[in-house]
Design a protein around this ligand. Structure first.
Ligand SMILES: Cc1cc2nc3c(=O)[nH]c(=O)nc-3n(C[C@H](O)[C@H](O)[C@H](O)COP(=O)(O)OP(=O)(O)OC[C@H]3O[C@@H](n4cnc5c(N)ncnc54)[C@H](O)[C@@H]3O)c2cc1C
Length: 380
C-alpha cells in the first residue's frame, strides 16, 4: 500500500476534535486521574464526543451513522486516546456495539442503534470468562433454547464498560456452537462488579454474572453457531484500535518527554542536547511513527474490503509492546520526577503495560503471525 496524505476533510475533522478534547474532555480526565468516572458523567462525555463522529464514524448512513472510512475513524480515535485512554476505551466499546448492531435483526438494530450512536447507552462485549482467556473456543456460558427465547447462564470477566453497560453482546455456547446474543441489563438482567486495576481506573473493567436471563432469539447477532467466525472478524478491526490505544499513549509520552528534555538542564545545557537523550527521543519517535503506520495500514485494508488478520496481529503486537518501551524510556528521561504523580509519564507507563493483554495477548499474536508466515500452527 502506498502512503496517502490526510484529506482536507480529515485534517479539519481531526483539528476540530482536538480543540474540543483539549477544552472539554482533558479537564475531566485530569480531575478524575486514577479515580472512577461515574456513569452519568461518562455519559455526558460520550454524548458530546458522539457529535464529532465516535462511535458512528464508520456506520453506514442508512443505519444513522456517518458512513466515513476506518482510516478517518483511526485518526479521530488516536486524538481521543492521546487525551484520555480511559475515555477512549469506553468509546471503543461503544464503537464495537454500533458495529455489532449492524448485524442485528432490523427490529433490534432500530431499537438500540440511535441511542448507541448518540452516546446515550453503553455497550460491552463479553467473551472472556474466569477459565477462558486466550482460548476463546473453550468458553462455557450457555444459551439453552426455550421456544423463541434462549435461557442464558454464565460468568464473564475483564469486561470493558462492564459496570456502565446497558447492553452486553455476549458470546454464548448453544446446540449449534458459539453465537452472539444481545442481553439488555434492565429487560433480561445481569449483574456487574468492577475490578480494581493498576491503571485505567477511571473507566470500568468488570465481572458480569448472568443468571437465567430469558433473551428473545431475535436478539441473536448474526446467525446461530457463527460466533467464533464473527469473533475473529471483530478481532481484525478491534486489534488495530487496541494498537491505536498504544499509539495515543506513547505519542503523549513522547510529547511530554520532548517538552521536559527542552526544559530540564544538567551539566550546563538542556538534557535534549545530551546525545544519549537525543538518541532516546529519536527512537521513541520512530516507534510512535512505525506503530501508527502499521495501524493505519490495517484501517486502509479494511476500507479497501481486504481481510487483514495478519497485518492486524502485527500492528497490535508491535504497537502495544512499543508503547511499554517508549513509556518506560519517558519515565527514565524524566529522572526522579518521572516516578512522581506530578508528571504524567508514570501513569502512561502503567496504562501501556495493560494494553498488550486484551484482544489477544502478544504471545497469541505471535502464534497467529508465525502460523501465517510458516503455515505451521504452534498453538498447542
Ligand atoms: C484492560 C482489559 C480489558 C479487557 N476487555 C475485555 C472485554 O471487553 N471483553 C472480553 O471479553 N475480554 C476482555 N479482556 C480480556 C482479555 O481479552 C484477556 O485477558 C486475554 O485474552 C488473555 O486472557 P487471560 O487474561 O485469561 O490470560 P490467559 O489466557 O490465561 O494467558 C495467561 C498467559 O499465558 C499466555 N498464553 C496463553 N496461551 C498461550 C499459548 N498457547 N502459547 C503461549 N502463551 C500462551 C498468555 O499470553 C498470557 O501471557 C480484557 C482484558 C484487559 C486486561
Amino acid at each position: 500500500m502506498s502512503y496517502q496524505l490526510p484529506t482536507e476533510e480529515q485534517t479539519l475533522a481531526v483539528e476540530s476534535f482536538r480543540k474540543f478534547l483539549q477544552s472539554e474532555v482533558k479537564p475531566v480526565a485530569r480531575e478524575y486521574r486514577d479515580r472512577f468516572i461515574p456513569k452519568e458523567k461518562m455519559r455526558e462525555l460520550t454524548q458530546r464526543i458522539a457529535e464529532f463522529g465516535l462511535p458512528g464514524c464508520t456506520i453506514p448512513v442508512e443505519y444513522g451513522g456517518m458512513g466515513w472510512s476506518f482510516t478517518t475513524q483511526g485518526m479521530l480515535f488516536e486524538e481521543l486516546v492521546a487525551c484520555s485512554c480511559d475515555i477512549a476505551l469506553c468509546v471503543m466499546l461503544n464503537m464495537g456495539l454500533t458495529s455489532m448492531l449492524c448485524n442485528a435483526r432490523p427490529e433490534v438494530r432500530e431499537r438500540y442503534m440511535p441511542d448507541a450512536l448518540a452516546g446515550k447507552i453503553f455497550g460491552s462485549i463479553g467473551i472472556s470468562e474466569p477459565d477462558v482467556g486466550s482460548n476463546v473456543a473453550e468458553l462455557k456460558t450457555r444459551a439453552v433454547r426455550d421456544g423463541d427465547h434462549f435461557i442464558v447462564n454464565g460468568e464473564k470477566t475483564w469486561i470493558t464498560n462492564g459496570v456502565y453497560s446497558d447492553v452486553l453482546i455476549c458470546t454464548v455456547r448453544g446446540e449449534k456452537g458459539l453465537s452472539h446474543i444481545l442481553i439488555d441489563r434492565v429487560e433480561h438482567g445481569y449483574e456487574s462488579r468492577n475490578i480494581d486495576k493498576i491503571a485505567l481506573g477511571s473507566q470500568s473493567t468488570a465481572q458480569i454474572f448472568i443468571t437465567d436471563a430469558r433473551v428473545p432469539a431475535i436478539n441473536l447477532i448474526g446467525e446461530e453457531g457463527e460466533g467464533l467466525r464473527n469473533t475473529m472478524k471483530v478481532f481484525e478491526n478491534a486489534r488495530a484500535h487496541v494498537g491505536t490505544l498504544s499509539v495515543g499513549i506513547m505519542r503523549t509520552a513522547l510529547e511530554e518527554s520532548i517538552a521536559y528534555a527542552k526544559e530540564r538542564k544538567q551539566f550546563g545545557k538542556v538534557i535534549a542536547a545530551h546525545q544519549l537523550i537525543a538518541a532516546k527521543i529519536a527512537n521513541m519517535g520512530i516507534m510512535v511513527d512505525a506503530a501508527r503506520l502499521m495501524c493505519q495500514r490495517v484501517f486502509g485494508l479494511i476500507d479497501a474490503g481486504v481481510r487483514c488478520d495478519l497485518q492486524a496481529s502485527m500492528a497490535k503486537a508491535f504497537a502495544t509492546e512499543a508503547a511499554v518501551q517508549v513509556c518506560r524510556d519517558a519515565v527514565q528521561l524524566h529522572g526522579g520526577n518521572g516516578i512522581t504523580k506530578e508528571f504524567n509519564v508514570e501513569r502512561l507507563l502503567r496504562e501501556a503495560i495493560i494494553i498488550p493483554i486484551p484482544d489477544g495477548t502478544t504471545e497469541i499474536q505471535q502464534l497467529i503471525i508465525s502460523r501465517a508466515l510458516t503455515g505451521v500452527a504452534a498453538f498447542t
